[in-house]
Ligand binder design. Structure first.
Ligand SMILES: NC(=O)c1ccc[n+]([C@@H]2O[C@H](COP(=O)([O-])OP(=O)(O)OC[C@H]3O[C@@H](n4cnc5c(N)ncnc54)[C@H](O)[C@@H]3O)[C@@H](O)[C@H]2O)c1
Length: 327
């Protein structure tokens, strides 16, 4: 059985959907602080609790013969982490370490970890490969890098093998599951909500970056492509592959204004813009070199362009006007 922490969240939920479609046995642990019970299929066991609750980890491992873990559970807002670093280190690092301790005690030796492009900081070159220096600009990024170091040391000392997937910007939806957070800090859900008239305007954080139009450039990757990469990472570990950090992105950078323009085309609706200050902790440009994921995992994104990614979010949001509360 696979323990999926954060499986009631956005990327975790979609990965659970794909794991089940492949016939894998899954158990979810999520405290539902930022996830949704409605995103969890009725026949998947859901433990509502914290990943830092070691006694609970022992119990789940015992009751469900956990052999592997995909660890999504974390707080994931860069700006919030700058304002409240203690929350991020306590939740993502302190609780993450307790989880790994419980897993090792239970004999689990394969972990797929949700890391982030936030580990790189302001890039020295584009696209960013895994060899790029890591110098996070936010406590969030540090919390992910710190967990990668813990995993590296636990591999050497305890034989815990892992893949740390460094996602760039997750976006889009499957037929069933989409990006729904409150508050929502992700760009594409906000752009689509503005197109639907649910937001008066999209906030654009910073138009004075050193980019052609002054807005920040990101690499958007479809959530189903991210999910598929977790299955491939698991297969890599099952086949005896070694521990690795691996980037997941499309190698395509779009500025905030380009995303809004694409969404106007997809939705055929007007989208108003409100310029605001830069968010602390945000680099100007993040674009992935995902060559290692292609070569090592045989992973190839199915949604390689921004239009189709936005289209899936648009379709999901129209069907779920109140997010998961619509279920
Ligand atoms: N969304 C992105 O673009 C992106 C990019 C890079 C990395 N990531 C990482 O991917 C992972 C999933 O991101 P997401 O966008 O699906 O976020 P999400 O908030 O939708 O999902 C995270 C889930 O973890 C749960 N959770 C958080 N802390 C917990 C704890 N201590 N114990 C138990 N449950 C806990 C939340 O309730 C939520 O359901 C995170 O680790 C995030 O840092 C996300």
């Amino acid at each position: 059985m696979i323990l999926v922490t954060g499986g009631a969240g956005y990327i975790g939920g979609v990965t659970v959907e794909l794991l089940r479609a492949r016939g894998e046995g899954v158990v979810i642990l999520d405290n539902l602080l930022r996830g949704h019970r409605e995103a969890v299929p009725a026949d998947v066991p859901l433990f509502e609790g914290n990943v830092g609750d070691r006694e609970l980890i022992r119990r789940i491992a015992r009751e469900h013969q956990i052999a592997e873990c995909i660890h999504f559970a974390a707080f994931a807002y860069v700006g919030e982490s700058v304002a409240e670093p203690a929350r991020y280190f306590e939740n993502n690092v302190q609780q993450g370490i307790a989880l790994l301790g419980g897993l090792i005690e239970a004999g689990v030796r394969r972990v797929v970890f949700s890391s982030s492009c936030a580990v790189y900081g302001e890039p020295r070159h584009i696209p960013i490969s895994e060899e790029h220096p890591t110098q996070p600009m936010s406590p969030y990024g540090w919390s992910k890098l710190f967990m990668e170091r813990v995993l590296e040391n636990y591999d050497s000392a305890y034989g815990l093998r892992y893949v740390a997937l460094r996602y760039f910007n997750a976006a889009g939806a499957t037929g069933l599951l989409g990006d729904h957070h409150d508050p929502e800090t992700h760009l594409i859900p906000n752009v689509v909500s503005a197109a639907l008239g649910w937001l008066p305007a999209v906030s654009v954080s910073g138009n004075d970056y050193a980019t052609p139009d002054g807005t920040a450039i990101r690499d958007y990757i479809h959530v189903a492509d991210l999910g598929a990469a977790h299955l491939a990472a698991l297969d890599h570990l099952r086949a005896g592959g070694k521990s690795e950090p691996i980037n997941l992105g499309n190698r395509l950078g779009y500025s905030v204004l380009e995303v809004i323009e694409t969404a106007r085309r997809v939705t055929q609706r007007p989208i108003a813009i409100k310029f605001e200050q830069r968010r602390p902790g945000d680099p100007s440009r993040l674009v992935a070199d995902a060559g290692k994921a292609h070569a090592l995992l045989g992973w190839k994104p199915a949604y390689a362009d921004l239009t189709s990614i936005i289209q899936t979010d648009w379709e999901w949001r129209m069907k779920h006007p109140r997010g998961y509360a619509s279920e």
